[in-house]
Structures are given as C-alpha cells and as structure tokens.
Design a protein around this ligand. Sequence first.
Ligand code: GLU
Length: 509
Amino acid sequence: MSRRTRVRFAPSPTGPLHIGGVRTALYNYLFAKQQGGDFILRIEDTDSTRFVPGAEEYIQETFDWLRLPFDESPAKGGDFGPYRQSERKDIYKKYVDQLLENKLAYIAFDTPEELEQKRNEIANFQYDASTRLQMCNSLTLSGEEVKTLIDNGTQCVVRIKIEPDIDITVNDLIRGKVIINSSVLDDKVIYKSSDQLPTYHLANVVDDHLMQISHVIRGEEWLPSAPLHVWLYRSFGWEDTMPQFAHLPLLLKPEGNGKLSKRDGDRLGFPVFPLEWKDPQSGEISSGYRESGYLTQAVVNFLALLGWNPGTEQEIFSLDELVQAFSFDRCSKSGAKFDFEKAKWFNHKYIQETPNDVLAGMLEPILKEKNISFEKKYVAKVFGLVKERVNFVKELWEQASFFFVAPTSYDEKTVKKRWKAETPAQLSELISVLQNIDDFSSENQEITVKQWIEGRNYHLGNIMNGFRLAVVGESKGPHMFDISALIGKQETIDRLTKAIKEIPAPKNN
Ligand code: GLU
C-alpha cells in the first residue's frame, strides 16, 4: 500500500530555533519534495510553562527567509488543522479517555512529595509495572475512591500502562532496527489535569496519526522517546499506519566533543540561530545567519551537508539538486561536526554566483547607513571588481570603500615604503598624461601610462605604488587601472593632486 508522503516539522516555541532544528526541517522538506509530498509545520506548544512570546513568529520568518515553504501550517491552514497543539485540547482529551476506557492507561494521584519519598526509598525508582501497585492510582484505589478524588478536584495525571518484558522494535531509516525491552520504560505521564493538557508524547503521536504523517524525521535526541511512541501507536491500534522513523545525527561542536550549543557560537564567534533573536526577558541579542550576511542558498547548502553526503565530490547544490539527491541511506549515524569555516566558504561561493546588481541591492542598507548614495550600476561594477575577495556582502565596504570615498589619510607604513623622493614629481607628470587620455578605459590607460613610463625610463613599480597609495590610501585593491577607470578621470586626478599636496616628501638620506 503506498501512501502519500507527509512529513512535519514540530518545534516547540520555547525560544529561537537552533540551527540544528533548521537542518531537521530542511531534511523534512527535501524528502517531502522528492516524494511529491507535503511539508507541514506543527507548533508543539502544550508546555505552557516554557512558552516564549515571539518564538512561533520567529520560526515562520526563518522558513520564509530560507524559502522553504510549508504546505500546511498555522499561518497557511490546511485540511488537518488546527496546527497549533494548544488549539487541539479537546482532541487529545478524547484519545486519553479512549486509553483509560480500554485500561491501557490509568489515573495517578501521587503528589510530588510522595514521589520523592519513593525515590528515596527505592534505588533507581521507576514508575512502572514493578512499582505501580505500591502507588496511589486508579489501579490501587477503588472506583469510588477515584471518583471522590476527582470530584474534589484533586490534581492527577494519566499514565500510560507499559506491560513489562515485551520487545519493542523501532525501524529507523537511518539506524536500522532498534529493539528495546519494554521493562526499561516507565509509565510516562501522558496527560495532566492541572492544565487539561497532554504531554509531548501523547500530543505528538495523536497528531502524527490524525495528520496522516508518513515519516517522522527528527533529531536523535528524540530516539529514546520512539519506543514509547511505538507503544502508544499499538495501544491506539494504529500500527498499520504508524509513520516510519528517521532520527538525524546530532550537530556537534567544531571540536567534535558534545552537542553544538549557543555557548560555542559565542566562544568562537559564529551564529547558532538562523535569524537574530532578542530575548524578550533579558533583552540579550543573539546573532543570526541572516543578519550576519549569509545568503539563503549558502545556509541551505551548508546545512544539507551536515549529516548527509551525496557520495560524490560535489559540494555546491541548488535546492532542486538537493531535493533530487537526498536519501536516508547517505545520512550518517554519527554526529556531524559543525565546521563554521565551511559555512563561510559556501557563502563566498554563492556570492560569486550572485549577479552583481543583486549584490548591489543588498549593500544598499549599509551605504544608506553611511549616508552614501551611489547609482546601483556603479555599486554593481565595484562588486564585479572585488567580489572574489569577499565572503560577505558587508565586507565589500571594507574591501572597497575607496570606490565611494577618497582617502582622508594615507597608511603610514605604505607611505614610508612606497613614497619616494621622486614620487611627487613623477605623479604630477602622470596627472598630465592622464589628462590627455580621452578613452579612460582600463586597457587604454594601461597602454598609454606604460608607454610614458618606458619613454621616460621610470621604474614601473615605483610609479604604480605611488599611484595606488594616492588613489586608495594604502597598498590594497584590484588592478590599479580598473580602479581609476571606474572612479573616473576627474576623481583620479583629484586624488593624485591631493596626495601630492598632503603626503610629506621623504627626507633624503
Ligand atoms: N516538539 C518536539 C521538538 O521540539 C518535536 C519532536 C518531534 O519531532 O517529534 O523538537
């Protein structure tokens, strides 16, 4: 029986989405699109104590930015909504009641103090088949007693009843068959009377079933929950439509020891969140890939290769190519080291492929901030000359500010090394040479200036170094005549004149 591929990304809105979560969502997207299926966003907000305002909006904005659209989501709707678990309370209640009626779950009244006491009494206490009959629950109390407690509004929870010593098999598309004996599981709480809400496990399984999810693709931190989820599917009698599991490897610290955390990002200076995040309580700001100048495709390409490989040398993939190439058998079982230098490398590559006018548009806010206005066409040409030197759009300013403003000072070291006693006179002559050039193209300038240098028997390097120092303010930048051609004849001559006036001639020794 072939069933439509439907996958979901199911984050809890407890803060900014971690970059590992973004990778999980990306793999869901790639697989869904490859199979011609649906990619769904479900907000798992049943734990009201951990709810953080703005987190859901942040998630939605992340995927808008990454251009990975959901087919169904709280914002978009769909046939299987609502897509926020907090709006599905009544649905869960019904399924909890079903388990209770079938005696596959029971009500427990133990107070936190009583539980604590048990933990002190019994080493490695676990609420399960071996202990549940010593506890305060609907298995040990009479029907009357239970009713009275409930009528009195006593706080209670519902626990799933796990039968001991049964092998539970989780078929994982990445890890293969994982067999767990039910005796190691505890009778997890699946519902709480205090807020009339299910816990993660119940809500997650019920929704995956009702939303006809075919594949559960999530981080490996959820693997320990999978046997319980399989148990829940069985308890509901939903084994036949149980989704296939795929637990993705962890994202590891760059050094490879342990899980990548926000602290690693702070320590090593890279973002671990897709977008900038301002903590609503502390006001603390965490940097994001978007604000740090990453291009969407670079982030997608980079993340796709953290835990999956194509089995070839190919590294640059368009989104469509990733959709075609993705497969679970090429996902690794072991953690993927977060290589931030590689992220930069991808961004560099994608900048080279982005048309110059698009890059110019991206630089606009930075120029505006500096109160500099230039025609986009001009900015695009500057990008054309220097983009191979930049990893980020904003670096263009550092690399090429001299295309927009004349130097106001001259690098001291360069002056010392490059500004010779004869330089001012030679550059004055150069001014006249340039003055007479009508076609100020880079090629034509180069031919004319070189002819002049040869004719006068000057030292080519000395002239060009002085020229560059005058126009750029230091000894960096692309080909000199490309610079002068772009800033134009008048500007070039003005800068030469200014430098001759301002740079003191070296003392002759
Ligand atoms: N709400 C869980 C999370 O925050 C979902 C885990 C799953 O995908 O089943 O990641």
